[in-house]
Design a protein around this ligand. Structure first.
Ligand code: ZN
Length: 262
């Protein structure tokens, strides 16, 4: 069974810890000590590190963690010079790690070097479950800032994730859900699913629980950045920009700009 645990780091990041086949993997160690403490408390050694992109809050813990676990192997984006990287990935690769088959996707938009990691397990009842470790690409009810790349690239990256099965679990890095929901309701005030999601997420946070992972289904129902073909989202973009919207990526560009100023 694949066990996935969030380790809270920094202000509002999670390092996802995966255990499968008696092996251990972490994703995006932006800080070392909470990860090292967790591994020690649970008597775990570390086998693998995944890194989605270059930002400091995803890579700062690497050197100390590698020093503590020198045999661990780091698979990271190959579009940028990540510290201590053993295997550079550009997207399109297939990996076999921890008894799981992984696919690496290049998902530019937040940054140009961004990659995500996709795997599947077969549950006891035979159902296939998909998992994506998505860094700062998609967030629950939001997406990363567009630091590099174009709206067209970012929109395309998000759409490729949304083409996965509806029950796919998306493990993003930041606990931004409640703030993202406030913005989503600004764009689509009548979206009853988003209102429901606000209640659920608020009660999770009141109990100091993560609101993550999210799912493709949840995002398709409530995330304005993947709903750029919906009338209320188009209307909000047209109102803000004063222009008639054409393609969904134009809507995406305006909604992203609105979120930056929200
Ligand atoms: Zn980032």
């Amino acid at each position: 069974m694949l066990r996935i645990t969030p380790i809270a780091i920094l202000q509002d990041n999670y390092v996802w810890l995966l255990e499968h086949n008696q092996q251990t993997l972490i994703v995006d160690p932006g800080e070392a000590q909470p990860v090292l403490d967790y591994l020690e408390q649970h008597n775990l050694k570390l086998d693998y590190i995944f890194v989605t992109h270059k930002h400091w809050d995803h890579v700062t813990g690497i050197e100390a963690i590698k020093a503590a676990f020198p045999d661990s192997i780091l698979y990271g984006t190959g579009h940028f010079d990540i510290p201590c990287r053993d295997i550079a990935l550009l997207g399109g690769e297939s990996l076999e790690l921890m008894g799981l088959n992984w696919k690496v996707w290049h998902t530019p938009g937040h940054t140009l070097d961004h990659i995500v990691f996709h795997t599947q397990t077969q549950e006891d009842n035979g159902v296939v479950q998909d998992y994506v470790f998505s860094g700062d690409n998609i967030f629950a009810c939001g997406c990363g800032r567009m630091f590099e790349g174009t709206a067209q690239q970012f929109h395309h990256s998000l759409q490729s994730l949304m083409a996965l099965p509806l029950h796919t679990k998306l493990y993003c890095t930041h606990e931004y859900t409640l703030a993202n929901i406030n913005f989503a309701l600004h764009i689509e005030p009548n979206n009853t699913y988003t209102l429901h999601r606000q209640d659920v997420s608020q009660s999770l946070r009141n109990n100091a629980q993560p609101t993550l992972p999210t799912t493709v289904a949840d995002e398709l129902k409530s995330n304005p950045f993947v709903r750029c073909d919906q009338p209320d989202v188009i209307r909000a973009a047209e109102h803000f920009s004063g222009k008639v919207m054409g393609k969904p990526e134009e809507v995406f560009a305006v909604i992203r700009q609105m979120k930056d100023q929200f």
